[in-house]
Design a protein around this ligand. Structure first.
Ligand code: ZN
Length: 233
C-alpha cells in the first residue's frame, strides 16, 4: 500500500475541502470519494467537482489530484428517520445532537472508503472528523476513529491509517488552515463554493459564504469566520 497517496472523504463542505487541500499539500497522489444517500439537498454534492477544479489550479496540485469516486449508499436513507433525509425540522435532541445525526454514519463512510482505498493501493484515508464541533458526534471522536483504523488494518490485512487534521481544531482555526495552505485563493473558494448549511440555502450570501444564516451549521461557520477575521486584522 502506498504511503505517498491518500484518499480524502470529500463531501463538498468546508471541513472536507480544507482536508483535501491539506492532503494535496502532503501527498504525491490524492484521490477523493463522496457518498450519496438521498440527501435532502443535492447542493453539497453538486459543489464537489466545482471545488476540485478550483483546487487543481492552486500550486502544483493539478498533477497530484487523481480520480473522484461517488458511492451511492441508499440503505442509509432506510435506516435514518432524521432531518438529513426527510423533510422534517432541524432540531436538537435531549442528548444535544442535531436530529440530522445518522447513527454511526462515519463508521460506514470510512469502511467503504477503506475498501475503495485497498482497491486503489492507497494506505491512508483523510477525513474531516472533529471533536470540537457541537457536542461531538460520537463517531467523529478520535478514540472511535483510531479504533476503526485498527479494525480496518486487521480486517484488510494491510495497514490502513486514518488522518484527521481537524480533530482538535475549531472553526476559526479551520479558516486559518485554509489561508496557510492555499492563501486568499483557497479562502475565497471555501467561502464561495463550499456548502455547509443544513437547509441547503444558496440564495443568501454572507462574508463567510452562502447559507440561511441561522441553522446550527451556519451559526458555527459564521462564528469561526468572525473569530478568525478578528485575529487576522
Ligand atoms: Zn444554514
Amino acid at each position: 500500500m502506498s504511503n505517498s497517496s491518500a484518499l480524502v472523504l470529500f463531501s463538498g463542505g468546508q471541513d472536507s475541502t480544507v482536508c483535501l487541500a491539506w492532503a494535496l499539500d502532503r501527498y504525491q497522489r490524492v484521490e477523493t470519494v463522496g457518498f450519496t444517500y438521498g440527501q435532502r439537498h443535492a447542493v453539497e454534492v453538486a459543489q464537489r467537482p466545482v471545488i476540485r477544479s478550483k483546487l487543481a489550479v492552486l500550486g502544483d496540485w493539478r498533477a497530484k489530484l487523481g480520480a473522484d469516486t461517488v458511492l451511492d449508499l441508499p440503505a442509509l436513507q432506510s435506516i435514518s428517520d432524521t432531518a438529513l433525509t426527510r423533510e422534517t425540522e432541524i432540531a436538537f435532541s435531549s442528548t444535544g445532537l442535531p436530529t440530522t445525526f445518522v447513527p454511526g454514519r462515519n463508521l460506514l463512510f470510512l469502511t467503504y472508503a477503506a475498501a475503495l482505498a485497498y482497491r486503489r493501493g492507497i494506505g491512508t484515508l483523510v477525513g474531516g472528523m472533529c471533536e470540537t464541533d457541537f457536542s461531538g458526534y460520537p463517531d467523529c471522536r478520535n478514540a472511535t476513529i483510531q479504533a476503526l483504523a485498527q479494525a480496518l488494518s486487521l480486517g484488510l490485512d494491510k495497514p490502513m491509517t486514518i488522518e484527521t487534521p481537524l480533530m482538535f481544531v475549531d472553526k476559526a482555526e479551520t479558516w486559518d488552515m485554509a489561508s496557510k495552505l492555499g492563501g486568499e485563493a483557497l479562502v475565497d473558494t471555501v467561502v464561495e463554493d463550499t456548502h455547509t448549511c443544513y437547509l441547503g440555502d444558496r440564495s443568501h450570501r454572507h462574508d463567510w459564504g452562502y447559507g440561511c444564516g441561522s441553522c446550527p451549521a451556519c451559526a458555527l461557520r459564521a462564528k469561526g469566520w468572525t473569530e478568525w477575521r478578528a485575529k487576522t486584522r
